[in-house]
Design a protein around this ligand. Structure first.
Ligand code: SAM
Length: 230
């Protein structure tokens, strides 16, 4: 089963991982998630994890020492670890990255706060033979910390692990998933009962029972929607 270790100064953010599909996946033994408080690795009465930036400037930077200790504690030399450093300066997270991460054995999420983590943490683990380091951003905006970004990534990754979704076919036609002809389009619009709601009818063709025609219609709608996003 894949193992995900999350290092944060706000462990409470992750209480939502006990509910819904991820909660069920954990209970069913499909994924092992452990949350670690970075402050357990901090020294002194104040358990401080940050300091002023070299070179000056506003804000505080997370110190490398507690990060090194926390990461070392959750890793060993026996397997390859994928260390994910959340940062708005990282590579943009997308569905294909979610697919790639969903196949990996051990992910470690480093949730930054303040102005981010001392860059030597990324540099150091990048030189270690049992580590691959990924600087990842969930989008071009700045959050207060990496916790919400980690939750976004976990949700996208974990639903791809076999057995997590009740019906694995739901994954096949989803938005941003590569189709058999190599397109990554968004999904067609969906409708359910009643057939008429507030004078709006469900497209006639969906009630026709003609599966080939429905397939063609949905594909066209998916293409239209994909083009309209650009
Ligand atoms: N000073 C940093 C900069 O301008 O690039 C921003 C730091 S931000 C206030 C604090 C932390 O939030 C970051 O270290 C990172 O862990 C997280 N964070 C903020 N925006 C993010 C994003 N778009 N994707 C992933 N993590 C993000």
């Amino acid at each position: 089963m894949p193992r995900y270790d999350i290092i944060t100064i706000f462990p409470d953010y992750f209480s939502t991982l006990d509910i819904s599909l991820i909660g069920k996946a954990r209970t069913a033994g499909l994924v092992d998630i452990e949350i670690h408080d970075l402050r357990d690795h901090a020294e002194g009465v104040h358990k401080s994890v940050d300091d002023t930036p070299y070179g000056g400037g506003a804000g505080m930077v997370m110190s490398p020492e507690p990060w090194g200790k926390a990461i070392d504690e959750v890793t060993s030399n026996e397997i390859i670890h994928d260390l994910i450093v959340l940062t708005p300066a990282g590579k943009k997270f997308d569905q294909s990255m979610a697919e790639q991460f969903s196949k990996l054995e051990h992910l470690v999420f480093a949730c930054g706060r303040y102005e981010g983590i001392d860059h030597r943490v990324t540099e150091y683990y990048g030189t270690q033979p049992t580590f691959r380091v990924h600087e990842v951003s969930i989008g071009d905006y700045v959050l207060n910390g990496g916790e919400v970004a980690t939750l976004v990534m976990l949700e996208a990754i974990i639903r791809l692990i076999p057995g997590v979704l009740g019906n694995p076919e739901s994954l096949a036609e989803e938005s941003h998933t590569l189709t058999s002809n190599g397109e990554a389009i968004v999904e067609y619009p969906n409708y359910t009962k009643p057939a008429i709601w507030r004078e709006l009818s469900v497209p006639e063709i969906l009630l026709s029972g003609n599966h080939a025609a429905i397939k063609g219609y949905r594909h066209e709608e998916a293409i239209k929607r994909s083009q309209n996003r650009e």
